[in-house]
Structure formats: structure tokens, C-alpha cells
Design a protein. Sequence first.
Length: 399
Amino acid sequence: MLTVAEATAAIFEAIRPFGTESVTLGDAHGRVLRQPVAAERDQPPFDRVMMDGIALAYDEFENGLRSFPVQSTQQAGDPQQTLETGKAIEIMTGAALPDNADLIVPVERIIVNEHGAHIEANYEAKRRQFVHARGSDHRAGTELLRPGTRITPMDVAIVASAGLAQVDVAAEPAISVISTGNELVPAGETIEDHQVRLSNGPAIVAMLATHGYSNARHDHLVDEPEVLEQRIAEHLEHSKVLVLSGGVSMGKADFVPGVLRDLGVEVVFHKISQRPGKPMWFGMGKDGQAVFALPGNPVSTLVCCRQYVVPALKQMSGETRASPEFASLSQAVHFKPKLTNFLPVKTVSNAGGQVLAMPVPTNTSGDFASLTGTEGYVELAMEQTNFDAGTIVPLVRWQ
């Protein structure tokens, strides 16, 4: 039985990267960048005026001149003008600094009338004040975004500023989420006392969407080998990733591992030394499909999805790995089995800026209602049984 670290390494070694596609700027948000994005021009591309007011020559102001005939007006987007000696140009925020001008006096510090622009008495100024210098943010050709970046709204602005109407991103994988079990009944349908609501599949789809993978479709299959084999074969044909829930333990109705084997999916491992989620199964299809078969208990399903499926998808997309996050346990925890324990937690921060993890034990691995309000889970190493309050532990957030 593999450790958590060994299982993660085995998945990363087996999976294959998704392809690349080009999308329009309007469709780039949330996708994983597959190309560098470099600055098209200096930023700002000209000496940019930062305040509404007047533009004039600093030397004239320094020599005591306080009233200036208004030569013209220049707005943002107007061609750059040339300032004449002894005059001022009314200027707007965002405009290019006129030639021969090197001082902006804000509109609040001047009076403009038919005789010109007049600076208030005792006003103090510095050369090039309120001027955003050309190239002071970055120079043309500077790499602004690297491959592996998940594109945020701020990054969309950067891509647009680089003049790119299209950008290369990781192809969006088709994902099949498959719930197995005769006992499962979807919401909205009549349910008997001996049945349970189908919840794992919708939860997996939602979790994948929060991490940028929205092209997932859900299917519910009964525990019949012939049905499982036929339908899973169809999903293998049309999907790059399969995420199954249920049917992977040692019971007589746990047909999934055998069905996957018969369909040519090569097992990489079955079982991980962890709680919850010990029975997890992972394999690779004949055409490179990644197949995750998660335990059917809801807490196990969600933990395994977040711990293994989500990082694998990010790896296949080429997304840059995020720095690990840590938290301090708010209370002591005792965990007897020699297994890695994934313990759900709520988080708060104290006055010292420290993130505290408050354990939220579940009644069983089926007690998914206890997860509401939790931010994620902490990883408690299998080598220990006692964790004192204040122990620093890895924190994984659901989203």
C-alpha cells in the first residue's frame, strides 16, 4: 500500500499533458497559459500626465512666472502637442506630456479665465511632478506572463495590453464523472427508505469547476458489470479523464477495478495509507486517459478528489504549482491508526497574522454535512499519533 507521497508521485509520473489550443481574449479567463506574454511597447508608452491641470515649462515657473496664456487643450488620446514659450496647455489625465513641457500643475491649484491660467500664490512645484515616465512600469519586450499562469481578470488586461487578440492555452479536457451504486437516487426523484441521495457526482463536478475545469459531465451507473463495462467504455472513448465514485472496495458488488481491467485500463495503484479514502484506485487507459476511482463514502470522495484529481488536472494543464500552505492547530489532536489523516478544518487568523486550523471531526466518512463551513483539511503525518496545539501542519483548501 502506497503512502500519500508515493501515490501522488505515481500519478504525476503516469499522466500525460493536455494539448494546446488558441482562444480569443474574451475566452481566456480561467484558462492555463501555454505561451509567454511579452510587453508590446513601453508602459506607459509615453510620458503620461497623471492629473487634470496645465502643462508648462518648469524653468519658467522657477523663474517666477505664475500666469500663462492658454495655448490649447490636449485630452487623453489626442496627438502630442508642442508647448510654445511662455504658454500653458490645458491637459487631461492620461494625455501624453507635450513636447517642451516638464511640469503639471493640478486644476485645483489654478484659476483659468479669459486672461489665461493663473497659479495660486505660494504654490510649490517640482520638475516632472505628476508625470508617469515612459517605460517606468516596464520596457517593450519584458515578459509579463509566463506559461503555466492560470489567467485571472488582471492577466486578461495584461494580455490585451500586449496586443494579443488570441492566446495559446491548455486544451480544456473532457471529463467524465461517474457515480456507481444501485442505492443512489438523484435529487427530485422519489426515494425509498432504503435508498440514499446521489450527491458525490454533483459535488465532484462542482469542485472541478471551482478549479477551472468546467467541461465535466456526470453519469450514474448501477452496480451491474455489463452496464458498467458498456458505459465506462463509452466514457473512455470520449473523455481524457474519468473520475468514478464508489465500487472500489472489497465487497461483492465492488466491480469497478475488474471492469476497468477488462477495458484495458492499467492499474497504477489500489489503496493508499490514509484516512479517509484508503481504497482509492488509479490507472491509465490505453489511449492515455487518466482514470481515478474514488471511494464512495462522501468525505472520502471529496478529500481524494481535492488531494489527487485536482493536482493531477493542474499538472496535465501545465499550471504552475502553488506554494504549499500551512496552518497551526488550534487544539491538540490524537489520531491512533498508523495512516495519514486528512482532518477537515475551519480557519481563522489571530492578531499576530497566524492562520489557525480548527478541527472539525466527521462522525464517519459518510458525514459530509459536517464539511459545510470548512475551508479544507490539514494533513497529519502517519508517523505521529499526538499533535499538540500549535503544531504547524500542511493545509489544503477545498478551493
